[in-house]
Design a protein around this ligand. Structure first.
Ligand SMILES: [Zn+2]
Length: 417
């Protein structure tokens, strides 16, 4: 057994100075530290001044795009995607995807993400990299049929899912239609039927640009949410991403469906100068999760940064300060992501998966330590993360990725070769 010592910050409560006992991949107990002797603990981490958080969940990302960091800055979404990203992506080889997925995931892990929900090409390579590092990963092979893109052939998406379904406790395949304007209604229906048979998640970009909305309207006379409903995929297994152009009717429809909306505020603010109506969605009961949409355009695989931006941008966007509290945003980044993905995680409670983050808060920016939610969202940085546990295993510890036996420094050096 292992134990983490510190103050638990869970989206629904704080427990000061406790020991979290971990056994066989799950949280077994949470007890005062003086009861530690009752358990057969062979490793302890943390102590006074540490914070224990549920692992952060990056519910939408493309980890291998770490390779494109800094490319195509300051272009709007359509031009960024079609003029810069797609041509660069045509150069991918499986080997390069594996290399950059490893770099992107290592960055995510070191900054406190225990789970990623990835949507990309050569998905087998991404799955392989996540097993090597020990990060929990939901992975979908991106498919499109309205755009002729050799890396996104529809058949590959179904085949990838079948290859990985039930194969690993860490890697779960998803279905990943690219977006409502790049996938035909027929293909989306087919994906929906397949997903229902296999109880699969559908992870899709939704209402991400004006052009997407216009294209779907011209093609089918529908809004993007109307299109998803027509295709029969608008339900609790849908993980829709972005939604920045959703209209009032779509917000209502989406909220009633049980689907999750993944909010990538930093990415969308940078690419489109706007963010999704997540406050309206959340007020109507939509499950909200957070994602970073990859290191391009976000710049970082750091969900602390993502929480902070989400809180602040929602206030600017709504011109209100009574929305997106630190506690709510923290819930989106943890429990909201877990709910989207059907994971028994996102909470620090006995019986939950031991996907945990130990934050070293023995630093000036955490003084005087009076509000753990505020400190987690507004004061913490990914670099404060000391230990990341996935499935009860410390897969990252003080700069070392324990499963591959490489430090951050060594990984940086090897990426230059
Ligand atoms: Zn994306």
């Amino acid at each position: 057994m292992k134990a983490l010592l510190g103050t638990v910050v869970d989206p629904y409560g704080v427990k000061k100075n406790v020991a979290v006992i971990v056994d066989s991949g799950y949280i077994r107990d949470i007890v005062p530290p003086d009861r530690l002797g009752e358990y057969d603990v062979d490793e302890t981490y943390g102590g006074e001044g540490y914070l224990i958080l549920p692992g952060l969940i990056n519910a939408h990302t493309h980890v291998a795009m770490a390779r494109f960091r800094g490319l195509g800055e300051d272009l709007p979404t359509d031009r960024w995607l079609e003029e810069v990203i797609w041509p660069a992506e045509l150069q991918w080889t499986p080997r390069e995807i594996h290399r950059w997925a490893l770099i992107g995931m290592a960055e995510a892990l070191a900054n406190g993400s225990t789970t990623i929900n990835d949507h990309y090409f050569f998905a087998d390579e991404i799955a392989r990299a996540s097993l090597e590092l020990g990060i929990r990963a939901f992975i979908g092979q991106t498919v499109m049929d309205e755009v002729d893109f050799p890396l996104a052939k529809p058949g590959d998406g179904f085949r990838f899912f079948k290859r990985w379904d039930g194969r690993s406790s860490l890697v779960k395949p998803t279905m990943a239609p690219h977006a409502t304007n790049t996938v035909s209604l027929e293909l989306m229906r087919e994906i929906g039927e397949f997903a229902r048979e296999r109880d699969a998640l559908i992870h899709v970009h939704l209402s991400q640009s004006r052009r997407e909305v216009e294209t779907v309207k011209r093609r089918y006379g529908l809004t993007p949410v109307g299109y998803l409903r027509r295709a029969g995929v608008l339900d609790r297994k849908l993980v829709g991403v972005h939604g920045i152009y959703l209209d009032g009717e779509e917000v209502e429809l989406y909220s009633r469906s049980g689907a999750t909306l993944v909010h990538c505020s930093l990415s969308m603010a940078k690419l489109e100068g706007r963010i999704a109506p997540v406050i309206e969605l959340a007020e109507r009961g939509t499950n909200v999760a957070l994602g970073n949409d990859s290191p391009n355009p976000s710049g970082l695989m750091d969900m602390f940064e993502e929480m902070r931006f989400s809180a602040v941008l929602n206030r600017v966007w709504r011109r209100r300060t009574d929305v997106a509290s630190a506690k709510e945003v923290f819930r989106w980044a943890t429990f909201g992501g877990a709910r989207a993905l059907g994971l028994k995680a996102g909470l620090v409670r006995p019986g939950q998966l031991a996907d945990l983050v130990l934050l070293n808060a023995r630093k000036p920016q955490f003084l005087p330590g009076r509000n753990p939610y505020s400190h987690t969202v507004y004061s913490a940085r990914g670099s404060d993360v000391e230990v990341v546990m996935v499935n009860g295993e410390a897969v990252y510890r003080n700069g070392l990725f324990t499963k591959i036996g490489k430090t951050i420094d060594e990984l940086w050096e090897s990426s230059l070769q």
